[in-house]
Design a binder for this molecule. Structure first.
Ligand code: ZN
Length: 159
């Protein structure tokens, strides 16, 4: 279930995705939120330098590993503009983070790429639950997913 507070955090993720796009990166943004609602860390995509592992969800998983105890990580929530790729889902699982909430999901991204005649990425777009076990996942949120779709269309010169 998605709450009003979840929507606020997801909107921040979409705003971060916009910042990424403005910086020449891919439009993805994410937050790591403590059980009390504090935003512990946030990041956006940084692949324009040529390292295509520079995804925000991966960065947040490593931040959590370096700054949080395991019992804190499992209670933390990761919000993200687009569902984790398998690399980031695995990092989330290995680090032992908790709930994931996304604005748009991977199958939507595949559909948007198809609509724009953009080739699929080499890494498959799998649901998070196919990469890791025992994870609570909520999303998508249609109105925010539409904002994310617009960012991807801009990235590919379709708007
Ligand atoms: Zn990723």
């Amino acid at each position: 279930m998605i709450t009003d507070l979840d929507l606020k955090y997801l909107q921040r993720c979409v705003d971060l995705a916009q910042v990424a796009l403005e910086n020449g990166d891919e439009p993805f943004g994410s937050l790591l939120v403590a059980p009390n609602g504090d935003i512990l860390a946030e990041d956006y995509n940084h692949v324009s330098g040529g390292d295509h592992t520079q995804h925000p969800e991966f960065a947040l998983a490593r931040w959590a590993a370096n700054h949080m105890l395991p019992e804190e990580r499992i209670k933390a929530t990761v919000y993200t503009s687009g569902e984790h790729c398998p690399m980031c889902a695995a990092a989330h699982g290995w680090v032992g983070l908790g709930r994931i909430v996304y604005a748009s999901f991977s199958a939507q991204l595949v559909q948007w790429f198809n609509e724009m005649d953009v080739a699929p990425t080499r890494v498959r777009n799998l649901p998070i639950e196919e990469a890791i076990r025992d994870v609570v996942v909520d999303g998508p949120v249609p109105e925010l997913a539409e904002q994310v779709r617009v960012l991807h269309r801009k990235m590919h010169g379709r708007l």
